[in-house]
Design a binder for this molecule. Structure first.
Ligand SMILES: O=P(O)(O)O[C@H]1O[C@H](CO)[C@@H](O)[C@H]1O
Ligand SMILES: O=c1cc[nH]c(=O)[nH]1
Length: 232
């Protein structure tokens, strides 16, 4: 048991998929894992362990935002020995050529959070994906003809920005989309010497205002889950 997880030692696999939405975690466990058990419902932040093609895998909701995701990842790594953290999240597109349901693999994560500025005395740290997980995800997507874009994403502390055009300066620097956790997860993985990757699906566009429904965000983002389950 840790402060926010009630799993017993050994109940969580070395590889954990990390959706923000705990109900997406439940859907992933029910849809993709065999013999899954629910090991956590503290705060309703559901976590499950089962097998995928015979291999033990867990899926843990992280909540929204870097602070919440870092709490769960810290405990997964330090209390449960997790080695592979693979976020499966939704994201808002910054680029015109990204459509709803497109897949994005985050090579790196910019952020407007001060988390690393505090750690590095005002200097910038570049939160980066693990190369082996990244290559496996790319290889799986290519082999299965799943289109994706790979690049820099923004892990934002702000979902409802006052300025609807705030995304343009990021877009002009090639940033693909906004989400709210990857920079924190990549930073912790680097700190503790484990592997992390974020695979995202476009759920809305800041360019044209299109969006998918909350139900779809919970239960229809299967392509990225399939990539994640074949990336470690
Ligand atoms: O769909 P999830 O994985 O929660 O990811 C995105 O959705 C939430 C905002 O709606 C934030 O957590 C953001 O990162
Ligand atoms: O963080 C997020 C997630 C989805 N869409 C956004 O615009 N931001």
């Amino acid at each position: 048991m840790s402060i926010h997880l009630e799993a017993k030692k050994g109940e969580i696999a070395e590889t954990v998929l990390l959706p923000g939405d705990p109900l997406r975690a439940k859907w992933i466990a029910e849809t993709y894992l065999e013999n899954s058990i629910c090991y956590n419902d503290v705060r309703g932040m559901l976590g499950f362990t089962g097998t995928y093609h015979g291999e033990k895998v867990s899926v843990q909701g992280t909540g929204m935002g870097i602070p919440s995701a870092m709490i769960y990842c810290h405990e997964l790594i330090n209390e449960y020995g997790v080695k592979n953290l693979i976020r499966v999240g939704s994201a808002g597109a910054f680029q015109k050529d990204l459509k709803l349901m497109d897949i994005i693999i985050a090579i790196s994560a910019s952020t407007n959070s001060s988390l690393n500025k505090m750690t590095f005395n005002g200097a910038d740290f570049a939160p980066t994906a693990n190369f082996e997980l990244l290559m496996k995800a790319v290889e799986y997507a290519r082999k299965n003809e799943i289109d994706f874009k790979a690049g820099n994403v923004l892990s934002s502390d702000i979902f409802y920005d006052e300025d609807p055009d705030y995304y343009k300066k990021w877009a002009d620097h090639g940033v693909l989309c906004a989400e709210m956790e990857t920079a924190g997860i990549y930073t912790l993985a680097a700190r503790f010497g484990v592997r992390a990757l974020s695979i995202l699906t476009v759920s809305d566009s800041l360019v044209n205002g299109e969006e998918i429904s909350a139900d779809m965000r919970e239960q229809k983002l299967g392509e990225m889950v399939e990539i994640a389950l074949n990336s470690f």
